[in-house]
Design a binder for this molecule. Structure first.
Ligand SMILES: Nc1ncnc2c1ncn2[C@@H]1O[C@H](COP(=O)(O)OP(=O)(O)O)[C@@H](O)[C@H]1O
Ligand SMILES: [Mg+2]
Length: 330
């Protein structure tokens, strides 16, 4: 069985194709770049995706060496995300399902990040750190559901990096710029450390770092280095607490921030100390992509989940707890 997945919840329009033997046949990712100094304007991103979607789909079919008729299932992100952006993917998916007379399933974006991480690592029941632009969550499977047991109480960690980088004068996405600058940083600057049990906050850190930049007293490299060391140490502290609490023996990190090599290195060390298995996942499966949607769609469909195309619509605040992952049940 072959599934085509469409993702358009925020900064990426992506199409992935995968079969039930876990072979990735295509993984095309197109990132929206807002004008310099700006964040994402939903209407502009949606317009861009509408223009690009035909090319991205064509490229995916070409890469997979398949015709649209060869697809058995269509999967699409229905949330969480930005309404304008989600509707582009959902409309295209509905049309494809109708035209090709194929079933369609609506997928939760966060669950898709988790499922593809499990697919790649081969881990069965890991503790998961989900770190992206808008999300920072510790998630675990317990009593028949994925549950968020710790999370940011304000902004996502990727958003923190994006805004800090923008204050320094760099384009989106900011995370990779911060990582690059941090490698050149040598002097550690004290930054507030804000962990509350298994929860975290980044808003105060953002204000503090903005003031460091404005003061003109510090090198961007040193600020980036200190910021990364501080917030990643916070992530590791809550992960350790969650590992102790859940007693899970595997750990994965997913979402765009999981691409960061320094974070992977810290996770590797932490897991070694705890005797927990850890395996980093490649960036094209950690950041927003269509393969994760296609893979989760396959799991859902094979477990018997069916969605009526005419009923499918965007759920901007779709939480992981809202999903009943029946594919995980015996
Ligand atoms: N190497 C990196 N280090 C830190 N953050 C990164 C890195 N690469 C990407 N990011 C961040 O990941 C976030 C995007 O995550 P992603 O899961 O792709 O999207 P979304 O948040 O829309 O679901 C952005 O905030 C970006 O700055
Ligand atoms: Mg994401």
């Amino acid at each position: 069985m072959i599934c085509l997945g469409i993702e358009s919840s925020a900064y990426a329009l992506a199409v992935g194709i995968i079969n039930d033997k876990r072979e990735i046949l295509a993984n095309i990712i197109y990132n929206f770049k807002p004008p310099k100094g700006m964040g994402l304007i939903p209407r502009d991103a949606a317009e861009e995706y509408s223009k690009k979607v035909y090319d991205i789909l064509t490229e995916a079919f070409d890469n997979a060496n398949l015709k649209p008729e060869n697809i058995d299932l269509i999967a699409v992100t229905i949330g969480p995300g930005i309404g304008h952006c989600l509707r582009v993917g959902i409309s295209v998916a509905k049309y494809l399902a109708l035209r090709l007379k194929k079933p369609i399933v609506g997928v939760n974006h966060c669950i898709a990040h988790l499922e593809v991480a499990k697919m790649y690592t081969g881990f069965k029941d890991p503790l998961m750190l989900y770190v992206s632009g808008g999300n920072t969550q510790i998630i675990t499977y317990k009593d028949g559901k994925y549950r968020v047991i710790g999370e940011t109480l304000d902004i996502g960690i990727g958003n923190l990096f994006d805004v800090v980088a923008r204050e320094m004068g760099y384009d989106m996405p900011g995370g990779p710029k911060i990582e690059k600058l941090a490698k050149e940083g040598k002097n550690y600057i004290e930054i507030p450390y804000t962990v509350k049990g298994i929860d975290l906050t980044f808003g105060g850190i953002l204000t503090y770092v903005k003031n460091l930049i404005k003061s003109g007293k510090y090198k961007n490299e040193d600020i980036a280095y200190s910021l990364q060391e501080t917030v990643f140490a916070m992530l590791m502290e809550v992960s350790e607490r969650a590992l102790a609490y859940t007693n899970k023996k595997e750990f994965v990190i997913t979402g765009g921030v999981a691409c960061n090599k320094r974070l992977q290195e810290m996770a590797k060390e932490m897991c070694k100390e705890w005797g927990v298995k850890f395996k980093p996942i490649p960036s094209e499966l950690a950041r927003d992509n269509g393969v994760m949607i296609a893979w989760t769609g396959l799991l859902m469909y094979k477990s018997g989940i069916r969605h009526k195309p005419e009923k499918l619509r965007e759920l901007q605040r779709y939480r992981v707890e809202d999903v009943d992952p029946i594919w995980l049940k015996p």
